[in-house]
Every structure is written in C-alpha cells, then in structure tokens.
Design a protein. Structure first.
Length: 277
C-alpha cells in the first residue's frame, strides 16, 4: 500500500478539489494524510457558535468529521493565519499564509513527507485554481517540498476549465443551477472570465495530464461536504446540484502531474504514467 499526502489551504478545500481521490485511495487501502496550511480564520461565521467556541474550533471539528467520512488517517495543521480573499485587509497580516516564507513552509511540508514516507503529494496549480492567495502559497510551498523530497510524485489539483464551461452552459440552459458558487446570479456568470487574480479559473484541458474517475466515491464526497456546514450550507451551490449535475461536475478530478506531458490520460494517482514511445 502507498501513502498519499494532500496539501490544502483551508478546512473544506480537501473535499472540494480532491475528496473523491482521497476516498478512492482510502477505499483501496492506502494511507491518506491531510496537511492544512491555515486555520480557516476568515471563513463564514455561523450563528450557532457555542459560548467560548471560535470559528477555528468549529472548522477543525468539521474537518475531523470530513476526514472520517473520506477515510483520512491523519490531519496535520500548520497553523498559519487565513489570508482572506484577494484584496481583503487580512492579506496584510504578517502571520498570513501567503506572506509566509515558501522555503520555511515547504520545509515543514517536506518533513511530513519524509516522516510518512509519502509516495504522492497533491498541491494546487500555479494560480491556486482561481487566484486565492493561500492557494497560490500552497503551490509555492509544494514546489519547495518537491525539491527537498525529490522521490515524491507531485500532482497539481486543478479544474478542467473547458469541462467547467460546458457544465455551466448546460446547467444554465436546463435551469439546473440558478446561482454560482459565490451566490451570484448564474445568468451574470462567465465561467471563462477572470477570477480573483485576473486569470480564468482552472486549467485548459490541453494542459492537463491526469483524469481520475471518482464517480464511485461521489456519495462520500458529498457527505464530506455536508460535514463543513459552517461554510457549505445545504442550500449552497454544491449541495443543491441535482445528482446528475453533481456527477458531471465532480465525477472526475483533474491533475497536472510533474514530469508528465499532455495530453491527459484516464488513470490513477498511483499508476505509472505512460512512457512515450
């Protein structure tokens, strides 16, 4: 059996971008370790926090519940402060993750990789899928860890931009979705338009290298999303999707594997990549 380390920026990120792959790996008997960079300090604050309970407390409990659903064996919290979305005042907090030294953060991640004798590591693509400062910081720290532990297989979790555009168009035409993930009107949403950093979300299909079929694990992925109730309400974009739309959106998880050239193949994180003739 192998060990997969998934490095994410905030509590709940683990399920959105890699939840299916995590569940599949765990179901196959592999060890999965989740490393979370920040405490998620600047997420949505629920109305039902108990006296003395902080948002960080709640989000850690939610992550533990999500981990139990997905089959994660260990959670490691790096403890950086959430940087907030692009342009927020919190971006200037000296303790925020996006201002952390990538060498220092990467060295901490590398130590976990060595401790776990990790076979594979997931990070994010170069702009964190949609430009969130903490997601970009995950990418930078992940590259440092890769340099320090060159034996580990590194895969950048990303979104298939072209598939996303197709899905949104179908959802818009059929009326299956009326709001975007951010709560905006679907009619005003351009899925190929600029995201937080001015770049379109995700990665063009022509630049992807690995498509992982997680359709058999969508129930676990959706149940894990429900664990993050403070951030993903039952009326959210993700949980209001009809089953067929959810399957279309999340039935395949996409990666850019370092050292592997496009076009993408349908395969598995622990499979040996095809060797060009």
């Amino acid at each position: 059996m192998a060990t997969l380390v998934c490095f994410h920026a905030h509590p709940d990120d683990e399920v959105i971008s890699t939840g299916g792959s995590i569940a599949r790996a765990a179901a196959d008997g592999h060890r999965v370790v989740l490393v979370v960079a920040t405490n998620g300090d600047h997420g949505e604050v629920p109305d039902d926090l108990a006296v003395g309970e902080s948002l960080v407390d709640r989000r850690r409990v939610e992550t533990e519940a999500s981990a139990a659903v997905l089959g994660i064996s260990r959670i490691v919290w790096l403890g950086y402060t959430d940087s907030g979305m692009t342009g927020w005042d919190q971006n200037g907090d000296p303790a925020s993750f996006h201002l952390a030294d990538p060498e220092e953060a990467g060295a901490r991640l590398a130590e976990i990789l060595r401790e776990e004798a990790a076979d594979a590591l997931t990070i994010y693509d170069w702009h964190g899928n949609y430009g969130h400062p903490d997601h970009v910081a995950v990418h930078r720290a992940g590259l440092v860890a890769e340099r320090l532990v060159p034996s580990v297989r590194v895969l950048e979790a990303t979104m298939n931009r072209d598939a996303f555009v197709r899905m949104i168009e179908v959802a818009r035409q059929t009326g299956a979705l009326t709001e975007t993930p951010g709560g905006d009107d679907m009619d005003d949403f351009d899925p190929a338009g600029p995201a937080d950093d001015g770049n379109p979300m995700g990665t063009p299909e022509t630049e992807l290298t690995l498509a992982v079929d997680v359709s058999a694990h969508l129930a676990a992925k959706r149940d894990a999303m429900r664990c993050h109730r403070s951030q993903i309400e039952d009326t959210s974009f993700f949980l209001e999707m009809p089953d067929d739309v959810f399957s279309e959106a999340f039935g395949v998880e996409w990666f850019i594997e370092h050292g592997v050239e496009p076009p993408h193949r349908l395969g598995w994180i622990f499979d040996a990549p095809a060797v060009p003739a």
